[in-house]
Design a protein. Structure first.
Lengths: 247, 317
């Protein structure tokens, strides 16, 4: 298990020495900051809006984090694309494969490094609504539920991206396919509106449906379980994929 | 010929084969490496050298066969077996965005060196590979020669009993090649080394034993004789005498004229006629211009084995 930490630390270091991570953080922050200010002005101008919502946390937090899901959908494939594909192309994957570590440790280590980056994003996302704290009361539970939802969704995005990255040696290809895969699982929701058998199953499989409850502050174990299972499934697939390569 | 350093067997591979779909890259290879031995793996391009080394390093599972590193099966207990290994692949496995120090510290952790010992292990490896000057620089900005040395440092960092090097001097300039060669010879004293190359003098210079692969099969596996015996002597004389006069010299069996007025004197059963030839030449005023033993070089052996088989295969096809 020690190896997981060693790999995760190295991965996190490599993520943060690359300009990509900083650019992504900056762009995400810029766009969300823009949205946040916009929402704030809106809320201030139309005081009567307050009546329709239960508070600032719902109006601003809900809308901001709802928008964040779309940004993350666009951005996470960029963060995951290099994880395995670049290592394969540069040959550095050999270092991990010939070291005394198991494939599970390699995959978990890489994923954990990525989780470090996700936490940085979460901190930035939390900072915006929390900056209102000195001026107004906030429903912190609600913000926390929204952030938890975003974090879980990022875990799922990250695991799927990691798997796609293990399939190819071209980072750009990994980004495109990763984005396609996420969008597809996201849009499965549409199918559930059709009048077909198992429509509900499709609705359940969709990535977005489970976020709605959390963003409304409703903590349901089944939603959390969905994201965690989704993550575990793709991590398992990645291990299988690397094992296949060795054989 | 018995190896003078014969110790315990560190790598033992039996019946190793690897297929990629219909293509057989390596077939039925047996290989063993004793402690303190430097084994050179030679072969034309596509002979299966890299595939063999990848399998020994645990990066590729063999289709059939069994590998034991220091008695531990690579299949059943990969972690324990890999702990005994240092591997430098053809393309050094580097992270260009990290500095040499950062990279080596990561490798030290990866190979399970305790935190307290990492700094000293990294310092030792940097000294051995002469990396101290560039320790703070990013690997991506280093020259190919330095990158190769960082790869080598990574392979010996944890002082593994077995070091596997895949074409360690490729892409280096002649001075760097000499340095790396000296380093490998140094390594051979304390580690066992398997080295692949297609540069023949390199193998001859550093290896104690050479194995030639061709078409995925082992075709030669013998110790390198640094002072090999010879069976003929080339001579050039300004005023050559009759062939019979030369044949009468001690140790000369037969005279064969060569192009350019040179002569090949075949030696009689392991005798060394050079001294006798020189003495006779000066005494009888033949005008000795050139006299040297014709040793069979590794290159001769290599060409003989690989070209022969290539023809055989062409005929069979």
């Amino acid at each position: 298990m020690k190896n997981v930490w060693v790999i995760a630390r190295n991965e996190l270091r490599r993520i943060f020495v690359s300009p990509l991570a900083w650019s992504v953080l900056a762009v995400v922050q810029l766009i969300l900051g823009f949205v946040f200010i916009n929402l704030l002005i809106d809320y201030a101008r139309n005081a009567e809006l307050g009546g329709q919502f239960s508070g600032v946390a719902e109006y601003i937090g809900g809308a901001l984090y709802g928008f964040a899901t779309i940004i993350l959908l666009l951005v996470m494939p960029l963060m995951t694309m290099r994880l395995f594909s670049e290592e394969r192309r540069s040959g550095s994957l050999t270092l991990l494969l010939s070291a005394p570590t198991s494939l599970i440790e390699i995959v978990l280590g890489k994923f954990l490094g990525l989780v470090g980056f996700m936490l940085a994003l979460i901190v930035l996302l939390a900072a915006m609504p929390l900056s209102l704290l000195p001026g107004t009361g906030l429903d912190l539970g609600r913000i926390a539920a929204g952030l938890l939802g975003l974090f879980l969704m990022m875990l799922a995005f990250g695991a799927a991206g990691l798997f796609v990255s293990s399939l190819t040696r071209e980072p750009t290809l990994a980004a495109v396919v990763g984005f396609g895969l996420l969008l597809l699982v996201w849009l499965i929701q549409i199918v559930s509106y059709q009048d077909i058998p198992f429509a509900e199953v499709f609705g359940y499989l969709s990535l977005i449906g489970h976020y709605d409850d959390l963003s409304r502050g409703l903590f349901d174990t089944s939603d959390v379980a969905y994201y965690l299972l989704f993550t575990a499934f793709f991590l398992w697939l990645t291990v299988q994929r690397l094992d296949l390569e060795r054989n | 010929m018995e190896d003078p350093h014969s110790g315990q067997t560190l790598i033992e591979a039996r019946g190793l084969s690897r297929r990629y779909g219909p293509l057989t890259a390596v077939s039925d290879l047996n290989l063993s490496l004793r402690q303190g031995e430097i084994l050179g793996l030679l072969g034309p391009n596509g002979a299966g050298k890299s595939t063999t080394l990848k399998m020994l390093a645990g990066c590729l599972a063999p289709s059939t066969g069994e590998i034991r590193i220091n008695g531990v099966s690579l299949r059943e207990n990969p972690k324990a077996a890999k702990r005994q290994l240092g591997y430098l692949p053809e393309q050094p496995p580097l992270y260009p965005e990290l500095s040499v120090n950062e990279y080596l510290h990561f490798c030290a952790g990866l190979h399970g060196i305790a935190r307290a010992n990492r700094a000293s292990a990294v310092a030792q490896a940097k000294n051995a590979c002469a990396l101290n000057e560039v320790a703070q620089r990013n690997i991506g900005n280093l020259s190919k020669g330095y990158q190769q040395r960082v790869g080598l440092a990574q392979a010996i960092l944890h002082r593994p009993p077995v070091v596997i090097l895949d074409e360690p001097t490729i892409g280096l300039d002649p001075i760097q090649i000499r340095e790396i060669r000296a380093l490998i010879a140094e390594l051979g004293k304390s580690h066992s080394v398997i080295l692949s190359s297609h540069i023949l003098p390199e193998i001859q210079a550093v290896c104690g034993r050479v194995m030639i692969l061709n078409g995925g099969r082992m075709v030669y596996n013998e110790p390198v004789a640094h002072e090999s015996h010879f069976t003929s002597v080339a001579v050039q004389l300004r005023r050559p005498p009759a062939a019979s006069a030369l044949e009468n010299l001690a140790g000369v069996a037969r005279v064969e004229p060569l192009a350019g007025g040179r002569l090949r004197l075949h030696c009689a059963d392991r005798a060394d006629p050079r001294e006798a030839i020189a003495e006779a030449a000066s005494r009888q005023d033949w005008g000795l211009l050139e006299l040297h033993a014709e040793r069979k070089t590794l290159e001769d052996i290599f060409v003989e084995l690989t070209a022969g088989l290539a023809e055989e295969r062409r005929e069979a096809a």
